[in-house]
Unconditional design. Structure first.
Length: 123
């Protein structure tokens, strides 16, 4: 039986070679640009061609924090209503639990639609 010999490779040397190759490739890509090009313009290409921009001023921006807080509160509220529905079902009050869940969903759907409408008119 023969054992295969393994070559031990130094990972730091591999990283050095790869880093140097990457620098060379970037240098070639931006050759003739005239000066040093930082990585920031490269990383800012995400969504560069889309027309949607984040609004940082105006009424929509002012109200966004309040709308987020309302959405968080809605999630907590829904969770607690769901807990009550489960409790009612455990106690054998399935009809009441179904009514509670149904009424809650209808009312919250209407409120959410109104909130979206209001937010869109404030823009």
């Amino acid at each position: 039986m023969s054992k295969k010999s393994r070559k031990v490779v130094d990972k730091s040397k591999i990283n050095e070679v790869l880093n140097q190759k990457g620098k060379d490739m970037l240098g070639e890509a931006f050759e003739g640009v005239g000066g040093i090009v930082t990585m920031k313009p490269i990383h800012n290409m995400d969504g560069a061609f889309s027309s949607e921009k984040t609004v940082t001023e105006g009424p929509s921006y002012e109200y966004a924090n309040y709308i987020k807080k309302i959405e968080k509160a809605e999630n907590i509220h829904a969770k607690e209503v769901n807990n009550l529905v489960k409790l009612l079902q455990k106690k054998g009050l399935k009809k009441e639990a179904t009514q509670l869940a149904s009424n809650y969903m209808v009312n919250m759907r209407d409120f959410t639609k109104f909130l979206e409408y209001l937010h869109s008119t404030l823009v």
